[in-house]
Design a protein around this ligand. Structure first.
Ligand code: HGY
Ligand code: MN
Ligand code: MN
Length: 405
């Protein structure tokens, strides 16, 4: 009996989830890891998993699993959001997984478990919940992480202590498939409905701090200043320049968070602390970019007479998707959207990168309207959401038949 997920129930559950932390602007959400809205959403998802016949289990870092009996295929994503997030980033994969798990149960199999990983958006680290679960990041190291406001990971995860159980054994899962929005313009621009991911880029992410001299903005001559913002500005210009010899058109880098101290008009900033993040599909290029970042910061600090601190370098390596799981997704995409799908790399990071250390993984995308994500405007046509659900279900069906043959 083939799997027949219920599109109406899927869409209504997706809309219900976005009300946890609704931003009040479009369909946007504010549901950072361990926030009240995030924990409430996870409790609600646990109830939905239970109602779907799965056993809900929170692990010590707040990853939520809905467990089928015995060996199963794991589907899912994450339900925490960026500080200003879209309603689909992560949530889509969790709700689609739950609907396919119901359809599989109704069809007499295959057993499907569901997961919502915690802190994929890296409030504390980089895909922190799945990084800890997969062994990429030791729990003790994660507990030493802090968010931009200074809250510690240990304290944050402690907010879920009363519902937290042990880590779930990855050995019970045969593989992992994550459905996600593309978060880029490729599918939307091409008028295609489905993307089957070939590989996920690697990432490096660190905090850098320049320490100069806080001083009066009116009486301090320019040539005597040790202005931490000017150091950051020079660093940025010189890194952009140096990267030109190393990067490709697909390489990206971002200074997304800047904290100036004391951050007021009439004081020369004495401290500039900022995030420096870069991504590429080639680990060697990621390493060369790191050398440029460190050398440039050293030179700017040295020549300007400023102090310099590098925070811990967080990162994940590029990872290729599993050929067998990918083939099932490709065949399913052709059956649901013939000629209107493509294979493509993921420029965004996903929990699948960490899970790939433990088992075969694959991902499928649906289009993001205008390629927008990590913004309240993030959206996808409902027809494309349903097409993605049908591809996920059809791929699970194919994998069941293969397992039987
Ligand atoms: O940043 C990322 O790629 C992911 O959305 N957290
Ligand atoms: Mn995501
Ligand atoms: Mn995201």
């Amino acid at each position: 009996m083939t799997l027949t997920p219920d599109p109406e129930r899927f869409l209504s559950e997706l809309h219900a989830l976005r009300h946890f932390g609704a931003s009040g602007i479009g369909k946007g959400v504010v549901r950072p890891a361990y926030s009240e809205a995030d924990i409430a959403a996870r409790r609600w998802l646990a109830e939905r998993m239970d109602a779907a016949g799965l056993v809900p289990r929170f692990d010590p870092v707040g990853n939520l699993f809905g467990l089928a009996e015995g060996p199963s295929l794991l589907l899912g994503s994450h339900s925490d959001s960026q500080p200003e997030g879209g309603w689909l980033d992560g949530a889509l994969g969790v709700v689609a997984a739950l609907e396919v798990a119901r359809a599989a149960r109704a069809a007499g199999g295959p057993p499907i478990s569901v997961v919502s990983f915690q802190d994929e958006e890296g409030r504390f680290g980089v895909t922190t919940g799945s990084a800890v679960w997969s062994g990429t990041l030791p729990l003790e190291a994660a507990d030493g992480l802090i968010d931009h406001a200074g809250l510690g990971f240990a304290e944050a995860r402690g907010r879920m202590a009363e519902i937290a159980g042990d880590f779930v054994d990855p050995g019970r899962f045969r593989g992992f498939i994550e459905m996600h929005i593309e978060q880029g313009p490729t599918l939307d621009t091409a008028g295609e409905h489905i993307g089957v991911v070939t590989d996920i880029v690697g990432i490096r992410d660190m905090r850098i701090t320049f320490r100069g001299q806080q001083n009066h903005a009116g009486t301090t001559p320019m040539q005597l200043r040790r202005d931490a913002f000017q150091a950051l500005a020079r660093f940025n210009a010189e890194v952009n320049d140096a990267f030109r010899n190393v990067v490709t058109p697909r390489t990206v880098w971002t200074i997304g968070h800047v904290a100036l101290h004391p951050n007021t008009s009439s004081i020369v900033p004495g401290r500039a602390s900022f995030s420096m993040q870069w991504r590429d599909s080639d680990p060697d290029r990621l390493g060369r970019m790191e050398a440029i970042v460190r050398e440039t910061a050293d030179r700017v600090a040295g020549e300007g007479g400023l102090g310099l601190e590098f925070g811990p370098l967080l990162g994940l390596e590029p990872v290729a998707m599993d050929p067998a799981l990918r083939a099932a997704l490709e065949a399913a995409a052709e059956s649901v959207a013939p000629g209107r799908w493509r294979k493509l790399p993921s420029g965004a990071l996903h929990d699948a990168t960490n899970v790939a250390r433990l088992m075969p993984v694959a991902m499928l995308f649906v289009p993001s309207i205008g390629g927008i994500s990590h913004a309240f405007e993030e959206d996808t046509d409902e027809a494309d959401l349903v097409a993605g659900l049908q591809v996920l279900a059809a791929a699970v069906d194919r994998l069941r038949l293969q397992a039987r043959s």
